[in-house]
Design a protein around this ligand. Sequence first.
Ligand code: PMT
Length: 401
Amino acid sequence: MTLMAKRILIGVTGGIAAYKTPELVRRLRDQGAEVRVVLTAGGAQFVAPLALQAVAGHPVYTHRFEPAGSGMEHIELARWADAVVIAPASADFLAKLAHGLADDLLSTLCLASATPLWVAPAMNQQMWRATAVQANVATLRARGVGFVGPASGAQACGEVGVGRMSEPGEIVSAVADSFGVPVLAGRRVLITAGPTREAIDPVRYISNRSSGKMGYALAAAAVRGGAQVSLVSGPAALDAPANVKFTRVNTARQMYDAVLAQVGECDIFVAAAAVADYRPAQIATKKIKKNAETLSLSLVRNPDILRVVAARAAPPFCVGFAAETDAVEAHALRKLQDKKLDMIIANAVGEGLHTGFESDQNAVVVVWAEGRREFATMPKTTLAQALMTMIAEHYAAKNPA
Ligand code: PMT
């Protein structure tokens, strides 16, 4: 795994482990990363800005508003970074992150950044175990923040336990691994995401609860894995992930057309969209008035995009999703066989679940002809990374170089 040309922003907060940060910066640069460092006032008590500047090859940022700066350093740095890594991350800084405080450059840019955030906590073992710290850790994990460590061992304060900052090599590996799946380099991945909307009249439509989060996370993970990615999305309140070809559609038939126009050039097709199976047979040209006590809608079948793609003469590697309220795995297996897919990802959906539709988290079972693998509840961003890795491995096994 390499960090060639990746832009890593290192945040250093107050803690004795800050003496390891210059080594972390050096190792990141050895892997080809470009590194910028932001030092908090607490961090500067433990490591000199000049030491970090020497290894980063670039001046260290210490103030929210640098005297000679633009006043927008927090935004510029947030946009610049491919990943933000806080090492060491103090208990105080974890609390700031969890609660959205923004009283210095580092905390402000973390709020302004949409890139993956990693923390390598370092603190006294009793502090790490404190209920308040663990609550903050749980909040951050649920938001998709990546944790490296803390490790266990002898501490600077003389105590022994969990709280030591992980070694720089471990932090570098975790960040490098998160960037991806080398087998996707040069691959073309087409992904559908979000719901579709099927008009009833000029102001009403039939749709579903899909937010697009799962499909967009998969697209971002495929980009990180080096793939050329095309995302066809139904209406979703999300920004298009960076570096994807983005096509926005409304209806199932528009999604079908957009997919069929591109599928000939793709190696892998992932159908994460919740496509409406039916649409109104007629779309009223004027708003339907509530004159009658009951109203019947006649529905007709939409094309099954995934089925059509998988039935092509030379289909791409086809991955479907199955959203089920009951007998999740059994229904998924039937869809895998029936639609002749390479793999299907089954998730439970329905009332009261904190996974599936809309949620930031998901739990899935991946099923293919010879096996299955479960993924417990985790952020969709993390899950997407694991799923794209699996898809890449199965694709490579089916298409040996
Ligand atoms: O968008 P989120 O809020 O993040 O939620 C994620 C999700 C729950 C929508 C996602 O994880 C998911 O399960 N997507 C598929 C939902 C679905 O429509 O499943 P299905 O079992 O009805 O369809 C089976 C497969 O066929 C799916 O891959 C679907 O994209 C595809 N299909 C279905 C109908 C159709 N007309 N065309 C299709 O391509």
